[in-house]
Design a protein around this ligand. Structure first.
Ligand SMILES: NC(=O)C1=CN([C@@H]2O[C@H](COP(=O)(O)OP(=O)(O)OC[C@H]3O[C@@H](n4cnc5c(N)ncnc54)[C@H](OP(=O)(O)O)[C@@H]3O)[C@@H](O)[C@H]2O)C=CC1
Ligand SMILES: CC(=O)N[C@@H](CCC(=O)OP(=O)(O)O)C(=O)O
Length: 338
């Protein structure tokens, strides 16, 4: 048994970690930390999780509570993990962080997109980007991993092989992506309330969404990213457009994706356009791509579950690698359908 702790256990990602870890062969979440829900039992906070965890109490975090813990999953609001990462790492504990704190390697970029100075810039170099399909070997030997954001995971998985194969111009990418409402977290807000979202579909964050920086760090110097809020609980659909570098056969981008992901358990390259429902609850990304001769553009589309491949599943996939476990342990590739 490998003892883990969850920071942010009372949030949506924390609940998804508990759901997925309930079928993991060796990872056991033994300490669960929250903030306003500290003192409550998991049964009150996450009524959907397995009986084994229902009577566990959510605690307020203090570093001493990490004694005997092998790995910490942190799913905290942005800015929180940079306050406590040193206390975790100095104890020799492995850390998979899902907040944005350690995703951007350049602290100036963090300040630019998050509007405040980074509080632990010296630690940035210790974090490896947590997209296993792109950074597998570095993750295996890392003590600290910064799991990618949900929108960036969807866009990067669709576009990275096309950029690397030289099929699209990395200086001119457009990403339109729609997210389910759980992507906004559990806090109650007017903008994500039922009456705002049901029967509606809206763009937001025009020209300045912070995930642009993560996409540019991975893909190239210019990404125009527009997020949308879709009236569904979970899922992200990213539709990406790049200027083709040359004429090509219509299926050449699809073949590039197939070649890049042939051995990947969680990235499924398909000919048809993917749907969020096909990946719901699974750690799968479904991706497709085409060249459009008429406009000279390459089109790539990906679907993930924001709470799984975009969050808790990706965190567990990274932890499996860091702990030399089977990479797929505790993770499903089948969506919940219909
Ligand atoms: N939801 C998603 O699809 C994705 C989320 N992420 C990122 O993961 C992180 C967690 O997201 P999500 O679970 O949706 O968020 P939630 O808002 O649902 O949960 C936040 C969690 O953090 C805890 N918390 C809040 N403030 C503090 C604080 N000051 N100190 C310690 N703990 C605190 C909350 O505790 P309590 O409830 O007890 O107050 C809760 O457990 C965020 O950084 C988010 O951006 C990344 C990818 C996808
Ligand atoms: C629908 C919705 O509001 N989504 C969130 C992004 C999801 C998220 O959690 O952001 P990180 O991956 O950076 O942690 C947003 O646009 O702010």
């Amino acid at each position: 048994m490998i003892r883990t702790a969850i920071l942010g256990a009372s949030g949506y990602v924390g609940g998804e970690l508990l759901r997925l870890l309930s079928t993991h062969p060796v990872l056991r979440p033994v300490r669960l930390f929250g903030d306003s829900k500290a003192g409550q039992n998991v049964a009150a906070v996450h009524p959907h999780v397995a009986p084994a965890y229902r009577e566990v109490r959510v605690e307020r975090f203090e570093p001493a509570a990490l004694d005997g813990i092998d790995l910490v999953f942190a799913a905290l609001p942005h800015g929180e993990s940079q306050k406590i990462a040193a206390a975790i790492l100095d104890r020799g504990i492995k850390l998979v962080d899902l907040g944005a704190d350690f995703r951007l390697s350049d602290p100036a970029q963090y300040a630019r997109w998050y509007g405040e100075e980074h509080q632990a810039p010296a630690l940035l170099g210790r974090f490896v980007t947590g997209i296993p399909e792109l950074h597998r070997e570095a993750i295996r030997s890392a003590q600290a991993v910064a799991a990618a954001g949900c929108y960036p995971t969807a866009a990067i998985l669709a576009c990275k092989p096309l950029v690397e194969a030289g099929l699209v111009d990395p200086a001119n990418l457009i990403v339109d992506a729609a997210s389910g409402v759980s992507g906004a977290g559990r806090a109650l807000r007017e903008g994500t309330s039922f009456n705002t979202v049901a029967g509606s579909f809206a763009a937001y964050g025009l020209l300045d969404h912070r995930h642009t920086a993560e996409m540019e760090q991975a893909l190239g110097p210019r990404v125009l990213f527009t997020p949308h809020l879709a009236p569904m609980a979970r899922g992200i659909l990213a539709t990406c457009y790049g200027a083709a570098t040359r004429p090509m056969q219509a299926d050449e981008p699809l073949r590039a994706l197939r070649s890049a992901y042939a051995a990947e358990p969680f990235v499924h390259v398909i000919a048809d356009p993917p749907a969020t429902k096909w990946v719901a609850g699974s750690n799968t990304a479904q991706v497709t791509a085409r060249f459009d001769e008429r406009t000279g553009r390459v089109l790539a589309v990906s679907a993930i579950d924001n709470l799984v491949k975009g969050a808790a599943g990706q965190m567990i996939q990274c932890a499996n690698l860091m702990l030399d476990l089977e990479e797929t342990a505790g993770l499903s590739v089948c969506g919940v359908y219909p």
